[in-house]
Write a protein that binds this ligand. Structure first.
Ligand code: GAL
Ligand code: MG
Length: 974
């Protein structure tokens, strides 16, 4: 039987078999005019490729079956393979999906060449049409095309059967850190061409306006007919035939009867070059003509004129050393797993543009083809990465000749598909696959085929970043400490641009020290940026009752990062997998529903097109872009004063060239120093509609301090409410349900957990401090309470001094941390309020969440938010919702009653519905039970967030030191 014929080869355990009868990859876009085969298909899931047929059900195509069937669910592993078989073997239990449907082949396709395109199938695709074997393909993230001309009859129905085997030799080189799925994940379509057709089109468009278009032509019927020719027009302007090319071809006797080649060229006068800031595109139409002039085939392209080169240790786009403000992006969707629509991708890239990103690394495989169209259109630089990651067996595979063909196949097919996109500035050979001869073979192919772009591969730096290797023109480490990068750049030994392929791991509440990292990059020649890991939290929307993916039916069951009741964002282990890597899959700068996490505002400010400085009385506006002026922006000045007032004025942005700055007059008279601190903010928005943002979208809010705070005298003791303590010497207060006590612990962030801090805090007992009252003294105008907390590193002494002041109570606190407690989460006070105080108004940094090492994007101002909106619902509950640099706040009820707190010095404050221990005890957000009142933390010191879940911890300056800490605050009733 036909299927047996394909199966008998056991292609899933044959790495040398990368395909059988698959058509060569090319850059001719056949999506327009094609016959889509997407929709509901007949489906059966077999336990292994050789199992006999079962019962048919139905399945949506495209759509991984792991997202649609209860019998084979998603599984998450990072490095380790989910099965023990050594490459190239796969397990005997090997789910195999048989997809079948009938399609009416249009009668008007008679005499034409009919091609089936399967957008993506993982991991092995076996194709049969009308019962006849048609082909085999691997390479899960690129399309496979098969010529059906001999097996279908126009006017008749045809049965298309796509058998997909889940595990194979290819799984060992698709061991990326993401969910394992299986099935057909991109669209399936049929198209027809004339037998005489464009086999490929290669476009080279230079910044100076030179355009060259190379076409290859074939005839499915056999030798090429006499007299064919190709024409091309760029926005109506006809290209000319490169007769020199034709002459040389003829002279070399290179002209073949079977493969036609044509070269056309032109030079566009006054071309508008393409950059990520100015993504100008021109429309190119290529036509293949028969001898009589009639058109046999047409291909449309969008062309961007730009140059990429490496000069010395700089990567240049159109001659400019551009900062790479990148992110790693997977094709991900919480309802489909991997299948994404054009709208989804547009939304992804729009978010990136709005938050200052200018680059995407397609970690770790070629993305859906539409992604690159959108990157061309919206303006993003792309590092296009081949689908090769052999993480678990990296060393064995990199030099294994059985995998040689697969490496070259995957890299070359990516380049052949994507070479015409101006957005792609670098090819990447893959990820985490050690370094071997197979990489050099693939690199060699690229260098010959596309000499216009650099290549990168992180693994190629076997012995150092300065290594000269054929596999990487860029030193692209991952998670390298910024000090090491700076040292390398200053060592005199740097040979290549240093652009980290991954940095600043965004797992949970993370991305500490991003601003410091960028300050180092911008002040160190040779450092050019990097790609944050990563865009998505890959939480799959899951029904809690039956543990199944919600699937497409789950649309709308989430909002603002939070799932509807009865649902949760699943991470590793939630589908009953025993081998998994937990929440490590939730490490993106956006939630699974694309809601930006607070780090996005930090990034937006760091990457903002406009920066302000105020030095020695001179206010300057800086244009931080590489290619654009400031004309596309509008702005407004705002003066923020400590007394709670602010003033706004429309701002006139000066004409400033990219990379330059201009002094501007102060928009407001300089406030009197005695009036306390004053801040000047420039709210910058889009002046017109941009492709990625409507007019009025905020793009950054740079801020400078105009005058410093004056130290207010502490409030004098006065006839305030008497200080009442209970029998445990705890403050009794009508608005507090739990009295202020010392807190040294936070619900561990993912960084705290994986970096080992959480374990240390637990060993020290900081998560369950027991308070011993040592002394209580009523000193008339004040009451002093001295307590002690035993910890694994010695006792912590804590003193609270309560003094009645006008309208309230002043609390002066001090804590002495023994030398051994040299790295705690926080030193501060925690209390709980009565219910009903649901709005926080504060003067400090905001409005979004900020922490000591992630606060550059949160301007000082007078902010206000409902308490329930302060909390950030990181997938695995953890410390969240903090606000940095808070000077004072009120917590109030709708009738304006409530409490007011004034801090002696700006501190880290958090107000939410959970105690640290509530958060630490929950594995998912839906398990949290909000407390009726507010849990308030006032911290004199709070540890930075760092990125220790994968990469450097926060830097020393953001650690909480041992020794004495003092803080004070005043509590008043509104
Ligand atoms: C890198 C890897 C990524 C991801 C990340 C951690 O080592 O390339 O795929 O695993 O670490 O989240
Ligand atoms: Mg990996």
């Amino acid at each position: 039987m036909a299927r047996d014929h394909l199966l008998s080869q056991r292609p899933w355990e044959s790495p040398e078999t990368t395909s059988w009868q698959r058509l060569p990859m090319n850059a001719v876009d056949r999506r327009a005019g094609a016959l889509p085969l997407d929709g509901s298909w007949h489906f059966q899931l077999l336990p292994s490729p050789n199992s006999s047929s079962g019962d048919w059900t139905r399945l949506d195509v495209p759509g991984a079956w792991t997202m649609q069937s209860a019998d084979d669910l998603p599984q998450y592993t990072n490095v380790r393979m989910p099965f023990g078989d050594f490459p190239p073997h796969s397990p005997a239990a090997n789910p195999t999906g048989v997809h079948e449907r009938s399609v009416d082949i249009p009668a008007e396709w008679a005499g034409r060449r009919v091609v089936l395109q399967v957008g993506a199938a993982e991991s092995v695709l076996l194709v049969q049409v009308n019962g006849r074997p048609v082909g085999i393909s691997k390479d899960s993230h690129l399309a496979a095309e098969f010529d059906l001309s001999d097996v279908v009859r126009p006017g008749d129905p045809a049965t298309v059967r796509l058998t997909v085997v889940k595990w194979s030799d290819a799984s060992h080189i698709e061991d990326q850190d993401q969910w394992w799925h299986a099935g057909i994940t991109r669209s399936v379509l049929l198209y027809a061409t004339d037998p005489l057709h464009l086999a490929d089109v290669t476009v080279r468009a230079r910044q100076d306006g030179r355009l060259r278009v190379d076409c290859t032509v074939r005839d499915a019927g056999g030798p090429l007919p006499e007299g064919w020719y190709v024409t091309a027009a760029l926005d109506g302007q006809l290209l000319v035939q490169d007769t020199e090319f034709d002459r040389l071809n003829a002279e070399d006797m290179r002209v073949s009867d079977f493969l036609g080649e044509a070269r056309l060229r032109t030079t566009v006068q006054d071309v508008r070059p393409w950059t990520a800031e100015t993504p100008h595109l021109y429309g190119l139409t290529v036509r293949l003509h028969r001898a009589d002039g009639s058109v046999a085939d047409t291909s449309h392209h969008r062309v961007g004129f730009r140059d990429v080169e490496i000069r010395g240790r700089d990567l240049l786009v159109n001659g400019e050393r551009v900062y790479i403000r990148g992110v790693n992006r997977h094709d991900f969707h919480p309802l489909t797993g991997r299948t994404v629509t054009a709208d989804d991708m547009r939304a992804d890239l729009t978010v990136l543009k709005r938050f200052g990103f200018n680059a995407v690394r397609t970690s770790h495989y070629p993305n859906d083809p539409t992604l690159y169209d959108l990157a061309d259109e919206l303006g993003l630089y792309v590092v296009d990465e081949a689908d090769i990651e052999s993480h678990d067996h990296a060393h064995e595979i990199a030099d294994d000749p059985r995998y040689l063909a697969a490496f070259v196949d995957r890299v070359s097919r990516m380049v052949l598909r994507d070479k015409n996109h101006p957005s792609i500035i670098v090819w990447s050979l893959g990820n985490e696959s050690d370094y071997g001869a197979n990489h050099d073979a693939a690199a060699g192919w690229v260098r010959r085929h596309d000499p216009t772009r650099p290549i990168q591969y992180e693994g190629a730096a076997k012995t150092g970043w300065a290594d000269r290797s054929v596999a990487s023109d860029i030193a692209c480490p991952m998670y390298a400490p910024i000090e090491d990068c700076v040292a390398h750049a200053r060592s005199g030994k740097q040979t290549k641009p240093l652009i980290q392929c991954e940095y600043s791991h965004a797992m949970g509440n993370s991305n500490g020290t991003l601003a410091d990292t960028w300050a180092a990059i911008e002040s160190t020649p040779g450092l050019q940026g990097g790609f944050i890991w990563e865009f998505w939290d890959h939480g799959i929307l899951q029904r809690v009752n039956d543990g199944r993916p919600a699937g497409r039916g789950g649309a709308g069951l989430y909002d603002n990062g939070v799932t509807a009741p009865g649902h949760r964002w699943a991470y590793g282990g939630d589908f009953g997998e025993t081998i998994h890597d937990g929440a490590f899959i939730a490490d993106g700068v956006v939630f699974p529903d694309r809601t930006p996490k607070p780090v996005m505002y930090e990034h937006r400010e760091i990457a903002g097109p406009v920066r302000l400085t105020y030095d020695e009385g001179v206010l300057r506006v800086h244009n931080r872009q590489h290619f654009r002026g400031l004309e596309w922006l509008a702005a407004e000045w705002r003066l923020v004063r400590a007394d709670g007032t602010s003033q706004s004025l429309p701002a006139e942005l000066p004409a400033v060239q990219p990379g330059e700055s201009a002094a501007v007059p102060l928009p407001f008279p300089l406030p009197e120093p005695a009036a306390g601190e004053a801040w000047l903010t420039l709210r910058v928005t889009t002046a017109d509609d941009e492709a990625w943002a409507p007019l009025g979208t905020e793009v950054c809010v740079p801020q400078v301090r105009l005058s410093a705070a004056v130290t207010d005298a502490p409030p004098e003791p006065a006839d305030g409410p008497a200080v009442t303590l209970d029998e445990d010497a705890l403050l009794v207060h009508p608005l507090l349900t739990s009295a202020p006590v010392l807190s040294l612990w936070r619900a561990p962030t993912d960084n705290d957990e994986l970096g080992g801090m959480a374990a240390r805090w637990h060993d020290w007992g900081l998560d369950a401090l027991v308070r011993e009252v040592v002394d209580v003294r009523d000193e008339g105008s004040r009451v002093v309470v001295l307590s002690e907390y035993a910890t694994g590193a010695g006792p912590v002494r804590h003193e609270q001094v309560f003094t009645p002041v006008t309208g309230g109570i002043r609390v002066e606190e001090s804590a002495e941390l023994p030398a051994g407690l040299d790295d705690v989460a926080r030193v501060g006070t925690v209390f709980e309020t009565v219910p009903g105080l649901d709005v926080l108004d504060w003067y400090g940094q905001g409005p979004w969440e900020s922490y000591p090492d992630r606060s550059a994007g949160a301007p000082v101002g007078h902010h206000s938010l409902p308490v329930d909106e302060l909390f950030t619902p990181y997938l695995r509950p953890q410390e969240s919702g903090g606000r940095h640099g808070v000077r004072r706040f009120t917590l109030s009820a709708p009738d304006a009653t409530g409490l007011a707190v004034e801090l002696g010095a700006p501190g880290q404050v958090s107000v939410n519905r959970y105690r640290a221990e509530d958060l630490a005890a929950a594995a998912h957000h839906d398990e949290l039970v909000p407390r009726p009142g507010c849990v308030v933390h006032l911290d004199a010191a709070h540890r930075g967030l760092g990125t220790a879940s994968c990469g450097p911890d926060t830097s020393a300056g953001y650690l909480v030191a041992a020794g004495p800490h003092r803080w004070e605050w005043t509590l008043r009733v509104l």
